[in-house]
Design a protein around this ligand. Structure first.
Ligand code: FAD
Ligand code: UDP
Length: 386
């Protein structure tokens, strides 16, 4: 008899499994229909021996001490500050927009002290900031919006920014200085030996049984358990009773090249050309030394695996209907990006899962097991391909 059957071995499912098994002695069955643990954060060594992220680039960043302390039980870290350039008007410029972006694209020579006043002269002031278009034009005006955001967003979501919630483009700040880091979080680190190794460490416990290549619907009749933790798409759980919730998908094109380095930074965005949105070179993220390099191109599409909930009012309303069903489902707990239809980063999913563990166990978040995050290990260290 299992205390919990957990559907999905991504961050949500693995966090609940590890915490409930290790801290509270619960017996857990963890199921995934994929052939591996890690969910969308899964990484592996490709045929050339380069560590790559199968489902697109995953960069860890958080302001939450709780979350980094929890994951530190299972991995060492390497410092990594993510940088992204956008290819615009034949030039590579920093994104998030900063002083250099504005100077290059507008042919100016502004100083840090002059940027804010300049942006005020070009910003538009919509009556309210409701959509992803409003957010950007109200900060940097229409020209930079058109060059940096409109095309990328249309490709990524199949929607115009005016049809998406403000929260989508609000993920990207505007910087009034020359800071060219993609994130501003306190902790910006990558698991030293990769995400999959960290997941394997999380799940390596006698109380945890893992079943891969298994859709939970095919297995439930033969498993005896007390409660279910579900991290898959919520509409699918309820057999699409109110219709399909839109999730945006991606096709990934992975390539290995016979050169040591291809790009000056890990990611180059292509807002206005090509069918793909961005190209990621993994060695920047992992710190791996290798004579070859591997990259991935992302082509957004509908259908396919569900990767992104689509934040817009009608989808939030449909999700509310499913959320009401979930609240009535006895002995079933919904957690994670797909099950709660939230555009969450990895750390937010871990935080949400830890909150569920506190609720299931009656412990406070402070009583959950964790290990103080320590100064990071040497950035050059990486395990050999295995
Ligand atoms: P998932 O990782 O999707 O795991 C859910 C699991 O449930 C899947 O493995 C699935 O196979 C399984 N499942 C579903 N239904 C069933 C079923 N019926 N039976 C059995 N198993 C089932 N976050 C960051 O913090 N930084 C980033 O840089 C970043 N980059 C990203 C890039 C891309 C391209 C994408 C798509 C996401 C990115 N994210 C990033 C977000 C990150 O992937 C998620 O926050 C996180 O992986 C969500 O974890 P999860 O456990 O909720 O879901
Ligand atoms: N975005 C954009 N241009 C860029 C980068 C981002 O228009 O060069 C917009 C786009 O709508 C994207 C959103 O900002 O979906 C959030 O970007 P982020 O990099 O956070 O997306 P993710 O890594 O989650 O795919």
């Amino acid at each position: 008899m299992f205390d919990y059957v957990i559907v999905g071995a991504g961050f949500a499912g693995a966090t609940v499994a590890a915490q409930m098994a290790r801290n509270f002695g619960k017996r857990v069955m963890l199921l995934d229909r994929r052939s591996h643990v890690g969910g969308n954060a899964y990484d592996h060594y490709d045929r050339a021996g380069v560590l790559v992220h199968k489902y697109g680039p995953h960069i860890f960043h958080t302001n939450s001490r709780d979350v980094i302390d929890y994951l530190s039980l299972f991995t060492e870290w390497r410092t990594y500050e993510h940088r992204v350039l956008a290819s615009v008007d034949g030039k590579l410029v920093p994104i998030p927009i900063n002083l250099d972006t504005v100077n290059v694209l507008h042919g100016l020579n502004l100083t840090v002290g002059e940027l804010e006043a300049y942006l005020e002269t070009i910003a538009e002031k919509p009556a309210s900031v409701r959509t992803s278009e409003d957010v950007v034009v109200s900060r940097v005006g229409r020209d930079l919006y058109t060059k940096m955001f409109r095309g990328y967003t249309r490709k990524q979501w199949g929607l115009d920014p005016s049809e998406l919630d403000a929260s989508v483009t609000a993920r990207i700040p505007v910087r009034l200085n020359r800071d060219d880091r993609y994130f501003s979080d306190t902790y910006q680190v990558m698991p030293l030996h990769g995400f999959t190794r960290m997941f394997e460490n999380m799940l390596d416990h006698p109380n945890i049984t893992i079943m891969l290549n298994t859709d939970y619907r095919d297995a439930m009749n033969s498993i005896r358990y007390r409660e279910l933790v579900y991290t898959g798409p919520i509409d699918e759980f309820f057999d699409f009773r109110y219709g399909k919730l839109p999730y945006r998908s991606l096709q990934f094109r992975h390539e290995t090249l016979n050169v040591k380095k291809l790009q000056p930074v890990a990611v180059i965005n292509h807002p206005n050309e090509h069918d793909y949105t961005r190209v990621t070179e993994f060695k920047h993220l992992t710190g791996q030394s290798h004579s070859k390099t591997s990259v991935v191109y992302e082509y957004p599409c509908d259908g396919g695996d569900p990767y992104y909930p689509v934040p817009r009012p009608e989808n939030a309303a449909l999700y509310k209907q499913y959320e009401a069903l979930a609240a009535q489902a006895q002995g079933v707990h919904f957690v994670g990006r797909l099950a709660t239809y939230k555009y969450y980063n990895m750390d937010q999913v871990v935080a949400q899962a830890l909150t569920l563990c506190a609720k299931l166990s009656g412990a406070t978040r402070g009583e959950l097991v964790r290990k103080p995050f320590e100064a990071v290990a040497s950035p050059e260290l990486i395990s050999a391909a295995n």
